[in-house]
Design a binder for this molecule. Structure first.
Ligand code: HEM
Length: 438
């Protein structure tokens, strides 16, 4: 674990556990200095203003997404020199951790990968999935309903996210159940994880299994395999992904298709789980809001939008300056890691008046940046919105008068909430609720 530190002046966003409980306060401190602020560690620069986060997200000439996953922890295999490191970055891409993930790719390669995934997120696919979203919610609620209490993170949100993405990929009941077991207790990679700990990540076995399933569907198309076709071929969603081609007609590698399918679990399970938990923290600490959502469930979509702005589940993403430039009055040299914070942008008072107030009636409520902007805007956003809205609707319908457990979170005058030690996600470790079964 990183050292505890109380001084914001010397704090390191990437290792300081003390920043985990209240990132909003730290971002307010940074924003008070300006929308773009030099940080005391790693030569990094924080971008915390709304307009500036939009600018960085759209300006692919000056900012690279190659460190989209690792942010300021990026370990460049060369020493950046001069005012343009674009060519060098590309030449070293294979040596930069996670740079082969869709969220770190750029240009045609990124567009190609995204075109494969976009097949899963068409409006008709999402419509098809809708009844499964509600049925999965009901099934999970049945498991704890009689107890009158639940940890919404472990017993609902974790398994829900894993099951929904399994359904998105059209996985069989058996695989779906296995993936649930592997992933339901997944925690975000801790700040101080070693390489070995990262490799123990449950996404590794999930990726291996997906590789096998997709490979089988690919081999089925090979002429030599004709006699075994009926055994191997599957006319399902994974089969469609296995056969998919890029817009220019070329075929993605098996590793690329598997990587994309596995990435969905990494990007879509815990983000949705923790957003839902942040939502129930609001619902249980603001009885007026709980009453209003029960009285008028049609307000749930507005609640979800304001939740994404007010306490979304992604705190920050990484960018790297590839060409020296000036942003928000600060000169940024090529090679500088950028802490680009969607969370901070969403509480920029220049864009959202009275930003720390939860207000479902805000004008232009959907203009938050919780799903990012530009080429990498979250492709799963429409699904995530539905998942969280359906969950809140079903949970409120079956759980009367939802309260925080005092045993776990303390009395009303002194609440306690524990967050996972990660610089990426706003992730409650648990949220223990009590309720009257309905
Ligand atoms: C509340 C839930 C979610 C939040 C807050 C969220 C947030 C984000 C953000 C901020 C980005 C952009 C990162 C960047 O620009 O560096 C992103 C990208 C992405 N998200 Fe989500 N996400 C959520 C749910 C999902 C779900 C459910 C899926 C899929 C099942 C998903 C799949 C992806 C993918 C594939 C990308 C990369 C897109 C690209 O690089 O073109 N996300 N997400």
């Amino acid at each position: 674990m990183g050292a505890r530190c109380v001084s914001y002046e010397k704090a390191d966003w990437y290792t300081d556990i003390a920043l985990v409980d209240d990132p909003h306060a730290y971002f307010d401190y940074l924003r008070a200095q300006g929308p773009v602020v030099r940080l005391p560690h790693r030569g990094a620069v924080a971008v915390v203003g709304y307009e500036e986060v939009v600018q960085v997200s759209l300006d692919t000439e000056h900012f690279s997404e190659i460190n989209g996953v690792t942010g300021g922890m990026v370990d460049l295999p060369f020493v950046p020199e001069g005012d343009d490191i674009g060519d060098e970055l590309e030449a070293h891409r294979s040596k930069i951790a996670f740079a082969d993930q869709i969220v770190c790719e750029q240009g045609t390669r990124h567009a190609n990968l995204r075109s494969i995934l976009s097949r899963l997120f068409t409006p008709s696919r999402l419509k098809q999935l809708q009844p499964r979203l509600a049925a999965t919610a009901e099934g999970l609620i049945d498991e704890f309903h009689g107890d009158g209490q639940v940890d919404i993170v472990r017993q609902y949100g974790g398994p829900y996210g894993a099951l929904v993405i399994s359904d998105l990929l059209g996985l069989s009941e058996a695989t779906r159940a296995r993936f649930r077991k592997l992933l339901e207790g997944a925690i975000p990679v801790p700040m101080d994880a070693t390489h070995e700990e990262m490799m123990k990540n449950p996404l590794v076995p999930v990726g291996k299994e997906l590789f096998g399933l997709i490979a089988r569907r690919r081999i089925a198309g090979h002429p030599l395999m004709r006699p075994f076709r009926t055994l191997l071929a599957r006319e399902d969603i994974l089969g469609e992904l296995a056969k998919a081609t890029y817009p220019d007609g070329s075929k993605p590698s098996l590793v690329d298709v598997t990587g994309l399918a596995a990435f969905l679990f990494g990007a879509g399970q815990d983000t949705t789980n923790r957003l839902l938990a942040n939502g129930f923290k609001v619902i249980t600490t603001r009885p007026d809001i709980q009453t209003e959502l029960r009285r008028d469930p049609a307000r749930i979509p507005d609640f979800v939008e304001e939740l994404l702005r007010y306490d979304g589940s992604v705190k920050s993403a990484g960018r790297l300056c590839r060409k020296t430039t000036t942003l928000g009055g600060v000169e940024i040299k090529a090679g500088t890691p950028i802490l680009m914070s969607h969370m901070a942008a969403n509480r920029d008072p220049a864009r959202f008046p009275d930003p720390s107030r939860f207000d479902m009636d805000r004008p232009r409520i959907k203009e938050h940046l919780a799903f990012g902007r530009g080429a990498h805007t979250c492709i799963g956003a429409p699904l995530a919105r539905r998942e969280v809205a359906v969950s809140i609707e079903r949970l409120l319908a079956r759980m009367g008068e939802i309260r925080l457990s005092e045993e776990h979170h303390g009395p009303e005058s002194a609440r306690r909430f524990d967050y996972e030690p990660t610089y990426v996600l706003r992730a409650l470790k648990s949220l223990h609720l009590e309720f009257d079964p309905l």
